[in-house]
Ligand binder design. Structure first.
Ligand SMILES: Cc1cc2nc3c(=O)[nH]c(=O)nc-3n(C[C@H](O)[C@H](O)[C@H](O)COP(=O)(O)O)c2cc1C
Length: 144
């Protein structure tokens, strides 16, 4: 079945464990309901998220995310159709920012916004291929 994917970046507003847990709890709740999967890469200066699922539901989810005051400067980076999900088993995988992505200075200079769609998609492809390390969490409930 054809699926739609959407990638955006934003800047956290009020970044702490409690806020992040609240975001992930609600994301997973709605994503299981809607058959959305994806990954959220988090650092205190940046979120980078992929949403994937039926196009209308990805659009509706992104519309809610755009209104959320727990982040600012939400910018869509890429959207398109695909036949395979990258994060099929994850209602929303939570990934740390990894050292091979961008440095803090590069993020501050807008590297994520300047990256090409292929580069951004390659980040998620690499994340999907990497197992989570021991101090990260187990899979969340798969979406249907
Ligand atoms: C960085 C970030 C990522 C989010 N990811 C999702 C998500 O994947 N799915 C989702 O339904 N809501 C997600 N949310 C929460 C939504 O913004 C929203 O609060 C939630 O969908 C409930 O909608 P409502 O606030 O309009 O009731 C995210 C919020 C933030 C700040």
């Amino acid at each position: 079945m054809r699926q739609s994917q959407l990638i955006y970046t934003s800047r956290p507003f009020g970044f702490d464990d409690q806020t992040l847990n609240g975001i992930l709890l609600s994301a997973r709740h709605f994503n299981v309901r809607d058959g959305i999967t994806g990954a959220l890469i988090c650092r205190d200066d940046m979120y980078l998220q992929m949403l994937e699922g039926p196009r209308n539901l990805v659009t509706a989810t992104f519309a809610r995310i755009l209104r959320d005051d727990r982040h600012v400067e939400v910018v869509g980076l890429w959207s398109g159709d695909t036949t395979t999900r990258m994060f099929a088993d994850w209602a929303m995988r939570h990934d740390p920012f990894r050292s091979w992505m961008w440095t803090r200075a590069e993020v501050a200079q807008g590297a994520v916004h300047k990256a090409s769609a292929d580069e951004i998609r390659a980040v998620f492809a690499r994340v999907a291929a990497e197992p989570l390390s021991a101090n990260e969490e187990a899979p969340s409930t798969p979406a249907g």
